[in-house]
Design a protein around this ligand. Structure first.
Ligand code: AP5
Ligand code: ZN
Length: 216
């Protein structure tokens, strides 16, 4: 499986990418998770990215493209991948196209996670993540752990810095301005498939697996 997950913040891209990557034994390439790792570990890239992320703006394309290029070289990515949160600009999409062409790789689909804004805001305000293993939870969902600890690794769950209301508003605006143009970009190439991502999580998973058609 080789897919791009496209959609606004809080649409559920990460939630589904984790499940599919584990189901098919492929790479979950989340540029957001990778950047948060760099920020947490105080790397050069993390230092450069932090201010952009904290204010809800996009990190410069050249830093992101280089990071994804390296990640695609890893073994699990050779079996397949889900790009979650990348590309985010037309510039990034063009760079990815060149990269994939040079490796003779074709994509199965570009999946648009379609969700109304009210649902997005509710999901983002209730989101809690595990800073240790990146697991994603939501206080509004029935499977939220009562003790506020990650079910996978036991670490305390936290709210992402950029899930504060004022940053969420900025991220939604940045999505409309810089990432939404990608919908036409991929529509024109005939690879965009829209999924109703406002339904419950298993239904969204089923929709994506169905459009993949059970291929390996
Ligand atoms: P990133 O981490 O990519 O954030 P995002 O795209 O804004 O997406 P989110 O992680 O907010 O949402 P999601 O769709 O994954 O939703 P999730 O599954 O968590 O980017 C963060 C920052 O990094 C950016 O602002 C930017 O600064 C930088 N960055 C990253 N990539 C970049 C790039 N390519 N270029 C430049 N800068 C970049 O779900 C949300 C919540 O809803 C969770 O609580 C979940 O439990 C819940 N939920 C999910 N699905 C359902 C469902 N079906 N029903 C009920 N609840 C659900
Ligand atoms: Zn965890």
């Amino acid at each position: 499986m080789r897919m791009i997950f496209l959609g606004p913040p809080g649409a559920g891209k990460g939630t589904q990418a984790v499940k599919l990557a584990s189901k098919y034994g492929i790479a979950h390439i989340s540029t957001g998770d990778m950047l948060r790792y760099h920020v947490k570990n105080g790397t050069d890239l993390g230092e450069k990215a932090k201010a952009y992320m904290d204010s809800g703006r996009l990190v410069p394309d050249d830093l992101i493209i280089e990071m994804v290029k390296e990640r695609l070289e890893e073994e699990d990515a050779k079996r397949g991948f889900i790009l979650d949160g990348f590309p985010r600009t037309v510039n990034q999409a063009e760079a990815l196209e060149v990269l994939l062409k040079s490796k003779d790789i074709t994509l199965d689909a570009v999946v648009l996670f379609d969700v109304d804004e009210e649902t997005l805001v509710r999901r983002l305000s209730g989101r809690r993540i595990c800073p240790n293993c990146n697991a994603i939870y939501n206080v509004h969902n029935s499977d939220y752990p009562e003790d506020g600890r990650c079910k996978r690794c036991g670490n305390g769950l936290i709210q992402r810095d950029d899930d504060r209301p004022e940053v969420v508003r900025r991220r939604l605006k940045v999505y409309e301005e810089e990432t939404a143009p990608l919908l036409d970009y991929y529509r024109n190439k005939g690879s965009l498939i829209s999924v109703d991502a406002s339904s419950e999580s298993d239904a969204v998973l089923y929709a994506i697996v169905s459009l993949y058609g059970g291929k390996d």
